[in-house]
Design a protein around this ligand. Sequence first.
Ligand code: NAD
Length: 454
Amino acid sequence: MNYQEIINTQKAFFNTNTTKDISFRVKELKRLKSVLQKSEELLYQAIYQDFKKSKYETYTTELAIIYHEIDLALVSIKKWSKRKSVSTGLANLPGRSYIIPEPFGTVLVMGAWNYPYQLSIVPAIAAIAAGCTVILKPSEIPSNSSSVMAKIIGENFDSKFFKVIEGGVKETTELLKIKFDKIFFTGSIQVGKIVYQAAAKHLTPVTLELGGKSPAIITKDVNIDMTAKRLVWAKFLNTGQTCIAPDYIMVASSVQDQLLLAIKKHIESADYKIENQNYTQIVNQKNFERLQNFIEEDKVYFGGHCDAETRVISPTVMSGVTFSDKVMQEEIFGPILPVISFDDLDNAIADIKTLSKPLSCYIFTKNKAVKNKILNEISFGGGAVNDAVMHFMEQNLPFGGVGDSGMGNYHGKAGFETFSHYKSILQKSFLIELNLKYSPYTSSKLKWLKRLIG
Ligand code: NAD
């Protein structure tokens, strides 16, 4: 079957209204959880082959997030799918007004490579919960993770409801020619633009989960040790290959030395090594070389070791960095942490705002006025105060970017809403009918209308 035929079968299945039944969605979500749980060993092996990701990290940063999302959908789906009554204006009485969530239809979910399971499956969960049929196109870069998803989904789901289509640029370009009812894309800004243009040809709505340079701003009044510990974890998790990792640090110059020392201490105590299963490879040679090119020896404060054979770059901290350095020209997406000091917060904010609106921003401060100033003045997707990355785990916080870091959001209820159209309905009664809106338009009718409407 070619792609168009596959999508036609999904559209035909959607039109049977089977997915509108909440019990069908519940059954399929339970099936998904159960098949993933049964396949955990295969999932661990595949991702390890792709970038030596350990079981621990695969569970905590991929599978646990997926299971949590399914569980939340299962307990909330009835509430989320309920029609919501709203008040009705005088002109339409007697009558009532309500909003019905309806699934968009047949949707395309495209995943990125860095968290190949959760970035593909979490949006698919939201789509299933909302009542859509799903074509999932994982990133081709972690090829083992992509094919294990294709195998598991292929063996356990009817392709007219949920199907994985594997492939790279050629295949995706073909897929994007087809009219979907919604496209959910996670990936780079550059490809986000391609997806948006392809979707525009069909007026297909999109959610774009993109990237950017997420700053961490550290003021002088913080707990330095805990700040460093949280930053080190957030930055070097998955070897910095995390869209919401703190890309660079802006630190008050009076505490810069203390912070650097504390960061070094926490990197050393984390003992990041592949053989310890607490570090990961760079996903491919292209990214390895791109990252290596950012490291300027005279600015390396700590680390900086690159091994091309194993594609390992040790946790690297660069100090004395400026906004004109190479490492500040694009999203790093790897284990290199540039540190920039500032004396004046207004100047620091102005510098951050010379870059595109980031996906995340992290504010480390005990000063309420400073926190509120930064929250008020910098536009970004979402973030945390006195922590980094952990906001991603909060299911009640919609996750997404703004400006170049994306549009739309998901996680929990926000994911359900992303795959739903909200149909507004006014329902009238046959009890009475006022003649005011009908011609002839007399002056006394106008007088009455003005009295009623104001
Ligand atoms: P990418 O844009 O290269 O790939 C994403 C998807 O697009 C893949 O499925 C890929 O096959 C497809 N693709 C690649 N080139 C294409 C083309 N020319 N035409 C059509 N499709 C194409 O992104 P990536 O390298 O997988 O991921 C890294 C980027 O994703 C980073 O910028 C990162 O910040 C961002 N990201 C964002 C989030 C988020 O939630 N906002 C999460 C993870 C990654």
